[in-house]
Design a protein around this ligand. Structure first.
Ligand code: IPM
Ligand code: MG
Length: 326
């Protein structure tokens, strides 16, 4: 079959890790008789340098017309160290998420036997940990009204959620739990935040409609502790945008390396697949960055966007094999 894949390599190590994933996809194309057409678009700091915009309209159109988007990484120290910069690479990523309607970020966390010794946690705590973080991606504090007072001495970021936004992401949480071990942890800060109380209220309404799923509720500070202390107790975790950002980075520590975890952002239009790590500018061009997270993201792309299950499994099996040191 023919598939159109938009390729947004981005900044830092983005181009080199994406090139490796493309090689893998091409091999899959040959083996399973598919034709993947790859079209590159610009994004991030490299797009700012070229056209002054981290997510140009042309790139958006390319994503809209494609069957899936393979994404590298964005970010540049030039902007990290300049809080006053008006145009930032991250704005490109956020605009892409919003415009493509990517309301759910799915981050599976599994351990890698050959790398467990790299985890700062004890082997017996992390061995066999296997859970999914489902992060809401187009709402909350990331997208609420932001501002500064005239004298610049006060700043605010509003956190806003509406019922439909919460319902659709929780629904996805229930769906994932149903396909896995049937346990769903709703992470919030309902003891303090109004948005979290809305989340909890809606989750409590939805739970009886999914009697096969065991639901529990956890405050985010407690969840941050339990992820490290008992990582094996989790199955599916669902949470709002910023809590999910923080918890998913924290969860990656369990596996021993941030360089190994893939992610999928799904929603209304074309889905985007990317490693969870950043652009690692210090390593760019040195051929030392691990492309496995991007290769596993390509496997998620095959499965979730193109419905090519055997092909996705073929990639995972090879990665698994290498992980075991074969
Ligand atoms: C992520 C990243 C982004 C986020 C940044 C680059 C804006 O940390 O995808 O987790 O905060 O969502
Ligand atoms: Mg993050």
């Amino acid at each position: 079959m023919d598939f159109k894949i938009a390729v947004l390599k981005g900044d830092g190590i983005g181009p080199e890790i994406v090139d490796q994933a493309i090689k893998v996809l091409k091999a899959i194309g040959t083996k399973f008789n598919h034709n993947f057409e790859f079209t590159e678009g610009i994004t991030g700091a490299s797009a700012i340098n070229k056209v002054g915009d981290p997510y140009p309209e042309e790139t958006h159109q390319l994503c809209m017309e494609s069957d899936a988007v393979l994404f590298g990484a964005i970010g540049d120290p030039k902007y990290d160290n300049d809080p006053k910069a008006k145009v930032r690479p991250e704005q490109g990523l956020l605009r892409m998420r919003k415009r493509l309607g990517l309301y759910a970020n799915i981050r599976p966390v599994t351990t890698f036997p050959s790398l467990i010794h790299k985890s700062p946690l004890r082997r017996d705590l992390v061995e066999g940990a296997d859970f999914v973080v489902i992060r809401e991606l187009t709402g909350g504090i990331y997208f609420g009204e932001k501002g500064r007072s005239e004298d610049l001495n006060m700043a605010f970021d509003n956190c806003v959620y509406t019922r439909p936004e919460v319902e659709r992401i929780l629904e996805l949480g229930f769906e994932y739990a149903a396909k896995r071990d049937k346990r769903l942890t709703v992470v919030d800060k309902a003891n303090v935040l109004a948005t979290s109380r809305l989340w909890r209220e809606i989750a409590q309404e939805m739970a009886p409609k999914h009697p096969e799923i065991e639901v529990d509720y956890m405050f985010v500070d407690n969840a941050a502790m339990q992820i490290i202390q008992w990582p094996k107790k989790f199955d599916v975790m669902v949470t709002e945008n910023m809590f999910g950002d923080i918890l998913s980075d924290e969860a990656s520590v369990i596996t021993g390396s941030l360089g190994l975890l893939p992610s999928a952002s799904v929603g209304i239009h074309t889905s985007v697949f990317e490693p969870i790590h950043g652009s690692y500018p210090q390593a760019a061009g040195k051929n030392i960055a691990n492309p496995v997270a991007t290769i596993l993201s390509a496997a998620m792309l095959l499965e979730l966007s193109l419905n090519l299950m055997d092909e996705a499994k073929a990639i995972r099996d090879v990665v698994e094999d290498r992980r075991r040191g074969n």
